[in-house]
Unconditional design. Structure first.
Length: 287
């Protein structure tokens, strides 16, 4: 009897435990229905690396870049490789002095190898030829400019020489010009010894005669030129003294003295008056 009671108690305990377990499961199911399903992160397979390859070649030694990143140097006729992803890529090749540069846009659409050839030599040769032609043109223009300047200078010098020769000939003749002059002197016995000044003109005729506002009209006047020395002789008439103008010519100017000599033909002064007169300083200028 006692054993039956114990067995009956064990059955009851197991039934109670099962009921409690069922209740817990039901509570969990109800909670999931209220909050929604529980999500767990989904693991993706690892993304494979780039499978496309870019082969870059240069006809002359160059430095190259891929999408703005320096990739190094390629020998003349050599090549270099780089792994790339599909899509557009920019390849730039430049000469070692970085003067000439080629930029190429490449569209990589499939895996495998894509070849890009950078032709720098034609660009460099064209630039060098253009520079050479420009230097030749500048040199030729400089030569022509110098020749023109030399011709113009020679023409100016010829013209100046001809003008100078014509002017010198005109000065040599004296008779082709009108000469203005100034005269300064001081005579102690006259004008209270004050310095005197006279302005006038001289005209030299081709026959050797001359006239001037400095001497009384009608007085015999002759002139002669020997080299740069000009001599004017005025013979005395009535109360005048003989005069000799001794001048030295320098192109369009003459300078010297007006001297008095001989015997005066006036009753106011003795015969030594002319010889005692101081020489007058004269200066001529051609007009």
């Amino acid at each position: 009897m006692r054993r039956k009671k114990i067995q009956h108690g064990n059955v009851r305990n197991r039934a109670l435990s099962l009921a409690l377990a069922l209740i817990a499961v039901a509570v969990q199911v109800l909670a999931q229905q209220d909050e929604g399903p529980i999500l767990h992160p989904k693991k993706h397979p690892a993304k494979p690396g780039p499978n496309a390859t870019l082969l870059v070649m240069c006809d002359i030694a160059c430095n190259w870049k891929l999408d703005g990143e320096a990739k190094g140097r390629i020998e003349a006729g050599g090549s270099a490789k780089a792994k790339v992803e599909l899509g557009q890529h920019v390849v730039v090749g430049a000469t070692e002095d970085d003067v000439d540069q080629v930029k190429q846009l490449s569209e990589i659409k499939t895996n495998g190898q894509t070849v890009i050839s950078i032709e720098l030599k034609p660009m460099r040769d064209a630039r060098l030829k253009a520079e050479h032609d420009a230097r030749d043109k500048a040199a030729q223009e400089q030569k022509e400019r110098l020749e023109l300047e030399a011709q113009q200078k020679a023409a100016r010098e010829r013209q100046e020489h001809e003008e100078a020769a014509a002017t010198n000939a005109k000065f040599e003749n004296l008779s082709d010009l009108t000469w203005s002059f100034t005269e300064d002197w001081t005579v102690p016995l006259f004008h209270k010894g004050k310095p005197q000044h006279l302005d006038g003109q001289f005209v030299f005729a081709k026959d050797g005669s001359c006239t001037s506002t400095a001497i009384t009209k009608g007085l015999p006047c002759r002139w002669i030129k020997q080299g740069q020395t000009v001599t004017i002789v005025v013979k005395a008439v009535k109360a005048h003294c003989d005069e000799t103008w001794r001048l030295t010519q320098n192109r369009d100017t003459m300078s010297g003295q007006r001297e008095f000599h001989g015997e005066t033909r006036t009753i106011l002064y003795d015969n030594n008056w002319c010889n005692s007169q101081p020489a007058h300083t004269v200066a001529f200028k051609a007009r």
